[in-house]
Design a protein around this ligand. Sequence first.
Ligand SMILES: [Zn+2]
Length: 176
Amino acid sequence: MKFKKFSLFILVLLVMLMPVSAFDWDTHEYVAEKTCEEFNCHYSELVRSCSVLPDKMKEVYGSEESDKHFCFSFYCPAKRATKVWLEKAKFENDEMKKWCYIGIASHYFADSRAPTHQSVFRVKVKCHGESETLVGEFVKNSTQSWNANMCGINFSDVDLHELIFDYKIIVKETVF
Ligand SMILES: [Zn+2]
């Protein structure tokens, strides 16, 4: 039992240290843009570029940052990061900054829903990046109905739109 717990700990650690990009940037930008549209925000381009900042922050802060892009049922730093940035947005008076923070938060929220970032056991490292790129391709090409098979876990257009729908609700409740 003790050994099992220890190996689980090591496994979680390994997954968290993996240099992954989570969702493709096209996907992150899409989620941010759709959120902006919902609230008639005037900063679509800004929100899109802020949505990929967390991945760029990895280069500066290393694992301190990349740890925040994961979500396991028992431990979800991505959800915590979402909350932190939405709280910042709530108390920000500058509209541009406010929307940038909402864009940043959308990144962590999307990562918290990425199947490849939720499961320790089912994710094979090799197909991780490839499957997330696949989602990005569908988004970029505005494919209507799609299903990306991610390492045996499915992620479809329905999942993505559910994710965006849920994020809009959280933004409404937390920021406005
Ligand atoms: Zn990420």
